[in-house]
Write a new protein. Structure first.
Length: 312
């Protein structure tokens, strides 16, 4: 970083970026100004720390940037909003090569622009390791936010997007396998944003981004809504590539990765029966808690692999 200086790096990162119409004032001033057509702003923040959430011998800086955007945008989409703007904070050692920061900025900027959003500001500071903190703003487009607490007795539970692919890719990386679509899924998740917005427009009662594993995140819906969610394991879509990798190793069932693997950034939601949009797969039902809220698999508590935990 010392080879070119902080302000030169910031100038290079911002000069290449396009801004959407919602950005009135972008990078270069004391603060950004972003239009909020709805009158409300959905907002979320997430952080990636080198050695805990990514490794630069496994992922390129561009991959890390794209992943940071995806996991933040998925949180906004899970509320039924459309991402409009990102603010990025980066911490790094002073010895960090400028090329690493350039690639990281390109990954962030390109991923944001693919969503029709802009990177409207940020900060760059020294830190003991590479840290990427992203704040995202989103537009609800006049709809009520889809909260975790809206699941109702009689709803069905459905999922959209890949499950288990990131966990399988992580297992491959740990074995030294650095190429292939499952590894790519771990490096850069591909949330089905359009499916989340279709769910919001179609009247989903509750929705969540599957970041910590399907059972853990559906458990958040169950707890917030005060209901029991019963997952039908036979209805859960198991990716053929995930099943093949699991079978080849014989150490974990593909269903375990599918139900508990983290960082896929698929979506889970509950709907009134008969209102599930195209692109969603029904995997279970919701009933009133009796007596406690929680998640069951085939009517009983899950005894397989524990869900992924980002903090431990």
């Amino acid at each position: 970083m010392t080879e070119v200086g902080e302000f030169s790096l910031i100038d290079r990162a911002t000069a290449r970026r396009r801004q959407p119409a919602t950005t009135e004032i972008g990078p270069g001033d004391d603060a950004a100004v972003v239009r909020a057509p709805d009158g409300r702003v959905a907002m979320s923040i997430d952080m990636l720390v080198e050695g805990r959430h990514f490794r630069l011998d496994w992922s390129s800086p561009r991959d890390v940037g794209a992943k940071a955007v995806a996991q933040n945008a998925a949180d906004i989409a899970a509320m039924g909003a459309r991402p409009t703007a990102f603010v990025v904070g980066i911490g790094c050692p002073p010895t960090t090569a400028s090329s690493v920061l350039d690639e990281l900025s390109d990954g962030i900027g390109s991923a944001a622009e693919e969503l029709g959003a802009g990177v409207v500001g940020g900060d760059l500071v020294q830190a003991p390791s590479l840290i990427v903190s992203v704040t995202v703003l989103g537009d609800l487009e006049g709809r009520a936010a889809v909260e975790r607490s809206g699941a109702r007795d009689g709803d069905v539970v459905a999922v959209a997007g890949p499950l288990g692919r990131s966990a399988a890719g992580y297992a491959l990386l740990r074995e030294g396998i650095t190429d292939g679509p499952l590894v790519d899924s771990h490096r850069v998740p591909t949330p089905p944003y359009a499916s989340a917005l279709a769910a919001a427009r179609g009247g989903a009662h509750a929705m969540i981004d599957v970041s910590d594993g399907l059972l853990a995140d559906v458990g958040h819906i169950a707890a917030a809504s005060g209901v029991v969610v019963d997952i039908d394991s036979a209805a859960v879509p198991v990716d053929p590539a995930v099943a093949r990798v699991a079978a080849e190793r014989g150490v974990v069932a593909a269903l375990d990765w599918t139900l508990t693997g983290g960082e896929d950034h698929a979506f889970a939601a509950t709907f009134a029966d008969g209102t599930v949009p195209a692109g969603w797969t029904v995997i279970g039902t919701v009933r009133a808690a009796s007596p406690d809220a929680g998640v069951l698999v085939d009517g009983v508590s899950w005894t397989g692999s524990p869900s992924w935990e980002s903090f431990t």
